[in-house]
Design a protein around this ligand. Structure first.
Ligand code: FAD
Length: 225
């Protein structure tokens, strides 16, 4: 899996803090921009984040390029409606030179099951190619491809949506592949905008766990630091 930050709003912390300042100030825009110090940014952001005034976090966005993740991950990811997505098309792209698949650890460590898994993938790929060679369109031939197929995604989220996404998908109870991707994204944005994301992560790191069936173990924080 590859997770790369492609672009993000410059000075994201300052933009969000200025938006917050504007809400509570009589001063004009120029004065607000002028009088900003790092200390003020820190104080304001801590205040808006703890008070729940999260709309100011919508002024900055982060765009990631993701590669080598499964279509199974994609179905979970695209449930997040506030994000913007561009996904490699299985209608327009013909995978004639081989298809890559994700192999879950649980299957990978069992020799017998792995053999069956690989056989199944090989057969579906073979049938897919046979359909293409017969003249079946890629959009129809893809029906024989499994969830394990890898895909490429460009995704953009604003900081508010990212924090929400991190809360749900970096959780120990989240499915392992989307959790892995989410933790990599969190690690990257924490470095770029620590004041926006230092407390981001599953709900148990801030308050009570939101899960119906809590994992009852500490969050593996190391994966994002
Ligand atoms: C551990 C886990 C297990 C899951 N299991 C299942 C499952 O078994 N079956 C299943 O179908 N899904 C499942 N989901 C997906 C889940 O139900 C959500 O669809 C997904 O997490 C997106 O969350 P969201 O709607 O909060 O996010 P977003 O779509 O990104 O929305 C962000 C926030 O915006 C607001 N919002 C967005 N759209 C609307 C709207 N139309 N109306 C009002 N408010 C809105 C809400 O406050 C929402 O929380 C699972 C998710 C997780 C994390």
């Amino acid at each position: 899996m590859k997770v790369k930050l492609l672009k993000f709003t410059q000075e994201p912390e300052k933009i969000c803090a200025m938006a917050a300042r504007l809400c509570y100030s009589n001063a004009g825009i120029d004065k607000i921009v002028e009088e900003f110090t790092t200390r003020k940014i820190k104080k304001l952001l801590a205040k808006v984040i703890s008070s729940g005034h999260h709309s100011v976090l919508e002024h900055v966005s982060f765009t990631f390029g993701i590669e080598g993740v499964s279509r199974a991950l994609l179905t979970q990811l695209t449930r997040h409606r506030i994000a913007s997505f561009s996904v490699q098309s299985q209608r327009y792209v013909k995978f004639k030179n081989g298809i890559d698949f994700v192999v879950p650890q649980t299957i990978n460590k069992n020799v017998n099951l792995l053999k069956k898994y690989n056989n199944f993938l090989k057969n579906s790929e073979k049938l897919y190619k046979e359909f293409l060679d017969f003249g079946i369109s890629a959009e129809d031939a893809r029906y024989v491809l499994p969830n394990a197929c890898v895909t490429k995604i460009v995704i953009t989220m604003n900081a508010r949506e990212l924090r929400h996404f991190f809360s749900l998908r970096s959780c120990n109870r989240s499915q392992w592949e989307i959790r892995d991707m989410t933790c990599r994204m969190l690690k990257i944005v924490k470095k770029k905008a620590p004041l926006l994301f230092s407390d981001a992560g599953p709900s148990c790191t801030r308050k009570a766990c939101h899960e119906t069936f809590p994992c009852a173990k500490p969050w593996k924080k190391n994966s994002v630091e």
